[in-house]
Write a protein that binds this ligand. Structure first.
Ligand code: LFR
Length: 495
């Protein structure tokens, strides 16, 4: 008999993938595990047109169809369901089922105007009290405030994974974890804040019914099923990629912090309830919705974007493969850099838009009396060092603000492959860092589907046990305590 498999569509800000997970019962006596295979991987290259920076959503959808068709071709009859996750906040507007305009990229500069419009109606303090979100200029409600006549014409707003799900199945839903990043959901995620929506100009009828991760969404429509080769079922997962990644944190107990490290470094805790204090707001923390009603109390730290955008600046024509080879050479060189290393504020909004990130880092350092990194290896070292400092500060702040014990930091996502970053994060936090799984987002997506199919235990702890059995984890011990952080790269600090 063929094995049962689940398909994860995982769309990141720079690339997307379709991944298959086969559930293996009791792998080598360690309990069930998911054997994860990549079926398709494709670039996600934004496109700038006269009106701004956009996602190429039609190309993404085409790649999803190709990926699902390939999965079905290689594993006919095995795929029990499909789950979709992506980055948060961005959306398509629809009228009568038609997409109105091309979705904007959250790094487009239009958002500042939206912030002013919204804040003129609802102040920052009240917003945080209602939606619990860190102020990020790209939160959906600020973006919607820039839409003007298009919003008037629309009858539905769908976040990106829900839009892909709609094209696949025809079902119109808003998955709750991702809906929590819009700024229009009540803190704690009970429902849309319709009063707030009205005050910021979003008609309640635009907001679809909320569904929880694990809920069946629908079946591929007949024409899509013909393209893919089977009438597969789509199941809601933690469709915010970070929510899926947090599900796959291979933690035991709750005294852990996580860094979900890809384009962004999402640093924080999993809690039962939101933290809505003034201190949490001014420290820039967010309360996003997690799977099973948990709160993801975290901070958006700039993340590996600083490296990917620097590489793009240094070699704009490089292919994906060339870029990852260059990155690995540069990280080796960065680990060997000696002399003082600049530590800059990675969260400075200057680093948000695409462009000359190395130049902006040098400007920041000049303006703040830091040594100015010159060579690419020095820039990379400075980025990695500064990310580790920001991660450590966010872990300490989260623990303090939520009054929560943290004994270990789980670093998941692509950043788990960056040994320098993992070691420096252990050094700067003074805590052990457990790095992996690298594919936490896809794994979390698959785990929620396997549970919905009745194949796994009911609790997040059950899912995390499967995550532990499914992926390797590397341990980094701190080489010194946080108070003894070195200023010189050649001095890793006292053991
Ligand atoms: C990570 C992420 C973050 C979100 C940012 C923008 O991929 O989803 O959680 O703040 O992208 O959507």
């Amino acid at each position: 008999m063929s094995e049962q498999a689940f398909a994860a569509v995982d769309l990141g800000a720079t690339s997307g993938r379709v991944v298959l997970g086969h559930l293996q019962e009791d792998a080598a006596g360690a309990g069930p595990a998911l054997r994860v295979r990549h079926v398709a991987r494709f670039a996600n290259d934004p496109v700038r047109t006269r009106d701004g920076l956009h996602w190429n959503v039609l190309e993404l959808y085409r790649q999803v169809l190709l990926g699902l068709a390939a999965a079905q071709r290689h594993h006919p009859g095995e795929i029990a369901s499909v789950g979709i996750d992506s980055w948060a906040v961005d959306y398509g507007l629809l009228a009568g089922g038609r997409l109105l305009g091309t979705p904007f990229h959250y790094r487009d500069s239009r958002n500042e105007a939206g912030v002013d419009t919204v804040h003129a109606r609802v102040g920052a303090k009240e917003l945080f009290a209602r939606n619990g979100l860190q102020h990020l200029p790209f939160n959906t409600l600020f973006q919607l405030a820039t839409e003007g006549t298009l919003l008037e014409a629309a009858d539905t707003v769908l976040l990106i994974p829900d839009l892909i799900g709609f094209w696949l199945t025809g079902a119109v839903v808003a998955e709750r974890t991702n809906a929590s990043t819009t700024g229009l959901l009540t803190a704690g995620g009970d429902g849309w804040d319709l009063d707030l929506a009205r005050r910021v100009g979003v008609y309640p009828h635009l907001l679809p019914a909320l569904v929880d991760p694990g809920t069946p969404v629908g079946r591929l429509t007949p024409d899509v099923a013909e393209t893919v080769g089977a009438a597969l079922d789509v199941v809601a997962v933690g469709s915010h990629d970070t929510a899926s990644a947090v599900v796959a944190v291979p933690a035991t107990g709750d005294d852990f912090a996580y860094v979900s490290c890809g384009t962004w470094g999402l640093v924080g805790l999993e809690l039962k309830d939101p933290v809505l204090t003034g201190d949490a707001r001014t420290a820039g923390f967010t309360n996003e919705g997690g799977v099973d009603g948990r709160t993801r109390f975290l901070k958006n730290v700039m993340g590996l974007w600083l490296l990917s955008e620097s590489l793009r600046q240094w070699n704009p024509a490089a292919t994906d493969a060339e870029r990852s080879a260059e990155l690995s050479d540069l990280l080796d060189a960065a680990a060997r850099v000696t002399g003082p290393v600049a530590v800059f504020d990675v969260n400075d909004p200057a680093f948000l838009p695409p462009g000359d990130v190395p130049g902006r880092i040098r400007n920041w350092c000049r303006a703040h009396g830091e040594p100015v990194p010159d060579t690419p290896a020095q820039v990379v070292r400075s980025v990695v060092e500064s990310l580790a400092v920001a991660f450590a500060a966010a872990v300490a702040d989260a623990a303090r603000l939520a009054d929560h014990d943290v004994r270990v930091v789980h670093l998941v996502g692509g950043g788990a492959l960056n040994t320098l970053l993992c070691q420096l994060t252990a050094d700067r936090t003074g805590l052990p860092v457990l790095a992996g799984p690298v594919e936490a987002t896809a794994l979390g997506n698959l785990l929620v589907q396997a549970r919905a199919a009745g194949r796994l235990g009911p609790d997040l702890d059950d899912l995390r046990a499967v995550a532990r059995a499914s992926a390797g984890v590397v341990r980094y011990a701190p080489r010194h305590q946080p108070g003894q952080t070195p200023r010189s790269a050649s001095d890793p600090g006292k053991p």
